[in-house]
Ligand binder design. Structure first.
Ligand SMILES: C[S@@+](CC[C@H](N)C(=O)[O-])C[C@H]1O[C@@H](n2cnc3c(N)ncnc32)[C@H](O)[C@@H]1O
Length: 216
């Protein structure tokens, strides 16, 4: 267990400092405004920075994103990926993907580097190629995370990385008194990943919690 004497929890100020450590460009601030208008929550700046860091670390050239939103995480991932890398991003809301396209254009990312697929993730994912991806990033319907996970295992190459946003789900996952459907689904998923054979997991307390795992 964490010893608070040697590893004190960060204050709200330290947490905010860490999350905002990497400054965001104007087009990302605009994408956040569009997300607020459209009612979808983008990844926190710290989460985006960590996703970009991981993509850069593994020199990712093929990435799947589930939940494009207005393109905040999409831009971070593409920024970290190999220069000729291609990101496939899925979203059920055409309007959100239209906003994401605007974000990507404003970020001057060439159209050949991304594929935006409009559709329900569980209908699109089975069409993607087995073991062809370096990273799968999950940020869509919380109650479907375990089903996205099954697809991600099939899609990832050996040594690939899976990432789930909202793994702390607004402080609800760590609080056993919270029993709503989404919280229970996320708590079960986080527990399952920790015990899953062949995965090396870490739960990073950035943003709303980013659960990462390397696949054997
Ligand atoms: C939290 S937002 C994603 C934010 C995005 N990752 C970002 O950083 O800007 C979740 C997105 O998942 C999409 N979504 C929800 N359920 C979905 C499903 N079953 N299949 C595909 N997309 C879905 C929503 O339309 C929404 O745009």
């Amino acid at each position: 267990m964490t010893d608070p004497a040697t590893n004190p929890a960060p204050s709200a100020e330290s947490y905010a400092f860490a999350n905002d450590y990497v400054a965001e460009e104007e087009y990302l601030l605009r994408a956040r405004e569009r997300a607020a208008e459209l009612g979808c929550a983008p990844v926190a700046p710290g989460t985006g920075a960590l996703l970009r860091f991981v993509a850069r670390s593994v020199n990712a050239s093929h990435v799947v994103e589930i939940g494009t939103g207005t393109g905040v995480s999409t831009v971070y991932l593409l920024d970290g990926m190999a220069e000729d890398g291609v990101l496939t991003s899925i979203d059920i809301e055409v309007e959100n993907q239209r906003a994401a396209k605007e974000t990507l254009t404003a970020a001057e990312i060439p159209a050949g580097r991304f594929r935006l697929i409009a559709g329900r993730a569980l209908e699109v994912l089975p069409r993607l190629t087995d073991h062809a991806y370096d990273m799968v990033v999950i940020d869509a319907d919380k109650s479907e995370y375990s089903l996205y996970f099954e697809q991600a295992l099939r899609l990832l190459r050996s040594g690939g990385i899976i990432a789930f946003d909202n793994a702390l789900w607004r402080d609800r996952v760590a609080d056993p008194a919270q029993r709503d459907e989404e919280t229970v689904a996320l708590r079960d998923l986080v527990t399952m990943i920790r015990g899953h054979e062949g995965l090396t997991p870490v739960l990073a307390p950035v943003g709303d919690g980013l659960l990462l795992a390397v696949v054997e």
